[in-house]
Ligand binder design. Sequence first.
Ligand code: ATR
Length: 280
Amino acid sequence: MNAVKKRACVIGFPVRHSRSPLIHNYWIDRNKLSAAYELAEKSPEDFPDFLTNLDQHGYCGANITIPHKETAFKLMDLTDKHAERLGAVNTVVVRDGKLFGTNTDGEGFIRSLKQQAGGWSGEKKSCVILGAGGATRAIICALFDDGVDTIYLTNRTYQRAQDVADELKLNIQLVPWTERSDVLSQSDLLINTTSLGMTHFPPLEIDFSLLKHSSIVADIVYAPLETELLKTARLRGHQTIDGLGMLLHQAVRGFDLWFGITPEVTDELRELIVADLDLS
Ligand code: ATR
């Protein structure tokens, strides 16, 4: 008799661009599971009904992507601290008919950092973060969990950075966008969380003169894989962390919650996604 096929999906609007099916179906194949991972494009009007009836649609869980992460949080029966402090859910599992929601974006960033920069520990470190968008809060919380001492936060729209600092109540020092190059003398880790440098977006303009030689430089943009920021950093001898690692590592806990196996982020998986990015 065939085992029951477990199904999960990624829900977004639009969702066609999502690489999550490639990632999860790779792990399903490698682990020889009777399972499937699918795309579910749902408009903001259709999303609440679809999510609250996820098991009736045949799914044991889902990833939630733009623009539904905050709405999903409000629809959960149960959430954990990762979702609660962000007010956003990116991973859902159905347990005894109830919806449990968590958020794996922050741990995705930290695991990628630790994998790509072996030996990284946040203890007593200072980080400079550019941007105050969707992923920034998750990264900030995860860095403080990892022992980071101070975060210097700068964003084009100062008020958005102020909002992040007010909400999180952590040791966040705000820096005007025009002074972003000056604060680099404080950086053990510089992270771009803006959309600057992404394909079809302008490059990020920043002067590296004051950046400590030991500072790591990270970008959460993964298309292109090596942004101008990372290229400049690499040529100056800095260790660089690309955005693909975060995308891959944020997927690990969801797979474990749905299918009961902790999957590995291997070089082969990275190459599969890189090849797909090259095609688009
Ligand atoms: P998401 O939630 O997907 O991260 P977002 O909320 O639009 O997307 O955030 C994009 C980030 O890139 C923001 O920090 C944004 O700055 P603003 O808050 O001032 O909008 C930043 N960003 C986008 N275009 C920019 C530009 N031309 N110059 C500087 N920052 C830019």
